[in-house]
Each structure stands twice: as C-alpha cells, then as structure tokens.
Write a protein that binds this ligand. Structure first.
Ligand SMILES: [Mg+2]
Length: 433
C-alpha cells in the first residue's frame, strides 16, 4: 500500500490522480490532480463546493475537502498513468457526518468495538447497451431464456475479457463471468473482502465497466430496470461477520450450517427491511425491479416479500451455503457505501436485540407467495421506502441524524420532481375520463 502518494507516483509512473468521492445519490465525483501536486493534496485534500453535488449542503458552506485514503489507491489498468483514490470528506477540519464513505467507516468502527468485522461480496449486474442507452447492444441477443448463453457472452468477449483482465491485474480474485437472465445483461464476480474494501471496489468496478464499455463503443448501465419486460439488475450482497480469521456466521451444528448470531442478524434485516430499501433500492426506477411482474425469461429473480430461505432464489434473503447470507434486495443503483452501512446497522440491531427471523420458508415465492400469511411486503415505491426510513429508529441511531435527515430531504425532493413528471401512461389512461 502506498502511504506516501508522491513517492508512489514516482515508483508506479503515475502522472495524475483522480481524488474521488461518492455522494448521497451514489454519483462518483472527482478532481484530477497532477502528481506534482499530490503531496499537498494528500495532507489537505482536494477542494470542492459541496452544494454542487448531492450532499445536503448550501452554496454558503465553506470548502469541502476530499482527503484521499492512500490504502484505496488503484492504478487504472487501462490507463496506468492515472491513479484512483477514494476519499474521506472533511469540512471545517471535521469529518462530514453524512458523507457515505465516512458513514460506512464509522459503522464499521462501531461494529469492531463490539468484536465484529463485516465481510461482503457484491454481484454487480449490468447491461451493455447502445451509446444512447435505448437498446441492448447486441441485436442477436434475443433468446427468451438468455441466461448463460455462450454465444451472446462470447460476442461481448472483448469487453468482458478486458474488465476481467483488469481485475486480475488488480488482485481482486475474479473467478467467473456470465451472461445473465436478461438480453444484454452480464455479471462478473470477484472475491469477497472486508466491507470497506468491497465498497471501494464496487465504486471502482462501476467506473471501470463504464469506461471499458465506452472504449468499445458501448454503454454499461447499472440502472435497476432499464427495460420493463426484462429481468432487472440486482446487486446481491453476500454478508458475514468475522472475528479475526473466524467466521462467526458459520456453525456446523446450526440449521443450514449457520450460527444463531447469523439468524439474529437476519432477524435484524427482516425487522428493518422496509427502511433498508431506501438505501438498497434508492431510485424511483428501483421499484420496477422488486415487486415486478414476471419477465420474458419466466422470473424476475428479485424479491417481493420480506422472507428468508435456504438455497432458493425467490426470497429476500437466501442462505446459499454454510457461513453466509445473501441479501437479494440491493439493485444496481444501491449506494456502495450506504447500502452495506445500513445492512450492518440493521443486522447488529438484530444481534443486540436477539431478533428472531421467524420460520424459514422453503417455497417458491413467485408461485406460492400468496399462501404465506403475515409476511411483510416490500415497499411498492420510493416514497414508501422513504417513509419507512423516517420511522426507523434503528437506522437513525446507527447511521446518525445528519445522514438520515440530509438523505430524506434530498430524496423527497427527487420524489417530488418525479411526481411532477407527466407520463404517457397517464395520458393513455386518463385523457378520456
Ligand atoms: Mg445474478
């Protein structure tokens, strides 16, 4: 790891650094600083006008500084003269309480203080589209069940291989790439790691996939539901708690090989699921992926109720294997820092309050879900999720009032902007009433 970035620049041949941060809406912001200036920037940070991005600031606020974390340095494999850095946001010499990376770090520190380290792995699904984003890029990719389609995968070999080669060079341990369940949709998997490492990689992966797709004349989008009749893009989050080298979610004597601690964590996720959606499914479009009608492939692969199960992909939480859970709720728009922070907060609440997850359901929720009584439903839209977040003392206490209040304010403004948008559907169904 590069503690002295000026020294690292000389060693690695880096000419420019991207000093970047992710705002509350998940947008990646950056300044491009020449290596000659990185020494000062490493100490003081790069200056930004906070109001100009989604952080709930005002034009009267003083300079916002992004102080790069040298441990996060990634040399762009496709442009090695550029080094990328994740940053912590500082204003008036204090960490900005609502900055997403700061929120995840403080949630992680809180968990560590009681002996838990969270590890996560994310499955980032994305579409490769035409540059205008209107159509999938491969006209021949039109099978009804396109999942794992070898020919469609290999027609995009040059793009997928270049992204995977980058992950190999970066030492992320990529291990498989496939064509997913929607036409034009792909998924690439790399090894799980500490939650902060995975979050930084998640941010970088999205940037890398977009950049490399652009080089090939395509567009990579992580939009949750870009095509209404096709399966949406999820970002399933595999989660476990550790103490050193011991996986605390693993218990050979536990049901399905997982511990009571894990079941309490699941109980916490179930307890806070509707509020969690504000972070795992943060856009208007997110709710066209969850609660969706069947897609042309036969299944949405997205949850519609707050339930858990064993190795079955029709519920919100799956226990695929001993020692971990898979939260299938997050989508491609999930904020890479706020989603794991909220998951950790909700899970820890489950542990601290010994929340029981209830009975495991081993049924196909898509066909037999209507037979289940009492299972909570997921929010039907962003406004539902925001109202649930408003009521969640668990997330307010753990993530802090500045984050919750700032996030709700900006997201309500987004919802209001959406509500003022007149759709063709309304005209079609209301014009003659
Ligand atoms: Mg998938």
């Amino acid at each position: 790891m590069a503690n002295d970035l000026a020294h690292a620049a000389k060693e690695l041949g880096i000419k420019y650094f991207l000093i970047s941060y992710v705002d509350l809406f998940g947008s990646l912001r950056a300044k491009l600083a020449p290596a000659a200036a990185i020494g000062g920037m490493q100490k003081a940070g790069a200056g930004f006008a906070g109001f100009a991005t989604w952080l709930d600031m005002t034009p009267a606020d003083p300079d916002l500084f992004a102080v790069p974390d040298p441990d996060s340095l990634i040399q762009l494999p496709w442009k090695p003269e550029v080094g990328w850095l994740a940053s912590d946001l500082v204003m008036n010499d204090e960490l900005v309480a609502q900055a997403p990376r700061n929120v995840l770090k403080s949630t992680i520190l809180g968990a560590e203080s009681i002996g838990y380290q969270m590890k996560t792995g994310v499955e980032c699904e994305f579409f490769l589209t035409t540059p205008d984003g209107q159509k999938i890029s491969d006209g021949a990719d039109n099978a009804t069940k396109p999942c794992y389609d070898q020919s469609a995968l290999m027609r995009r070999y040059e793009v997928i291989k270049e992204i995977c080669d980058c992950m190999l060079a970066l030492g992320w341990g990529p291990y498989q790439n496939d064509h997913e369940d929607a036409n034009g949709q792909f998924e690439m998997n790399w090894n799980f790691d500490d939650a902060l490492v995975t979050a930084d990689r998640h941010v970088f992966f999205k940037y890398m996939a977009r950049s490399i797709a652009e080089k090939h004349g395509l567009r990579a989008t992580f939009m949750p539901k870009p095509f209404i009749d096709l399966t949406g893009s999820g970002c399933h989050m595999h989660t476990s708690l550790w103490q050193g080298d011991t996986n605390l979610f693993e218990d050979p004597n536990g049901e399905l090989g997982v511990s009571d601690l894990c079941y309490n964590f699941i109980g916490g996720l179930i307890h806070s699921a509707d509020a969690l959606c504000a972070f795992t499914n943060p856009t208007v479009n997110s709710y066209k992926r969850i609660n969706a009608p069947r897609t042309v492939s036969g299944a949405t692969w997205a949850p519609n109720t707050v339930t858990y199960t064993g190795n079955n992909r029709t519920h919100m939480i799956r226990i695929p294997d001993a020692g971990r859970l898979e939260l299938r709720l997050p989508d491609g728009a999930a904020n890479p820092y706020l989603a794991p922070a909220a998951v950790l907060a909700a899970g820890l609440d489950g542990i601290q309050n010994q929340r029981e997850p209830g009975k495991r359901l081993d049924i196909n929720m898509y066909t037999d879900g209507h037979k289940v009584r009492g299972a909570k439903k997921l929010p039907l839209n962003l406004l539902d999720a925001l109202r649930s977040l408003e009521k969640s003392n668990v997330l307010r206490t753990a993530l802090g009032a500045p984050l919750i209040d700032g996030y709700l304010k900006l997201k309500h403004e987004e919802w209001n902007a959406y509500s003022r948008h007149l759709t063709q559907w309304e005209r079609d169904n209301t014009l003659d009433i």
